[in-house]
Design a protein around this ligand. Sequence first.
Ligand SMILES: [Zn+2]
Length: 255
Amino acid sequence: MKNQGLILKTVNLNDNDRIFTVLTRDSGKITVMAKGIRSQKHKCFSAMQQFCYSDFVLERRTGMYFPVEARVIENFYNLRNSVEKLALAAYITDIVSAIPEEFPVEDEYFSFILNTLFLTAKADAEKQGIPELLRLKAIFELKTVCENGYMPEVTKCECCGSAKNIEYFDITNGRVICKDCKDKPVNADVIKITPEVHKSLYSICESDMRAALSVRPTEQTVRLLSEAGEEYLKNQMDIYLTSLDYFKNLIVKDV
Ligand SMILES: [Zn+2]
């Protein structure tokens, strides 16, 4: 089978072999087992590193795939020049691994994942790059929830229909609430948002995925959006990962 795929996860099996979770363009997530791949002499070695997007020729035996050939298309090399960027990339690929199989990966979302990794690799490695990483994180989280069937109502207050004075994001029900209706949602987690955060939420959720990646709010708004993004992902899709804690611990010293 010929396929293009992004390596989401690698697990060492023993001294020589490794198991990979690969998100393929045509066949969703698959498990690939490669013998002897931990040796640099293996012909697929460079194309089968974590975060590599590669062209594969695979052979299927006993329910598992084995690489026949692999060639790197993009290895997002610059992810490796900062621990923060690597941590965000690991969080992004962990999110993709955690998406339940019943949601097929659409072509547009596949490209969105690659574009997010590309922009993460491109971000400044130094301290000024942290808001950019948080921006990418927030957009990735919000769009992932939208793509998987939980598009929030962000144009107007869902209780009264008003488009004015939107002050809350109801992450349990996926909607925004105005100042006058703030007591109406029961048993719901709501986050207080600023007009800027509301505007960005609207731009991100209502744009296509490519356009969403060019939404550039102020740094303060980015930080609030990042909190909203992870809460929304946790609430709607039950995805909360240890790689998120790791990423947040790394950047907290820079806040
Ligand atoms: Zn209202």
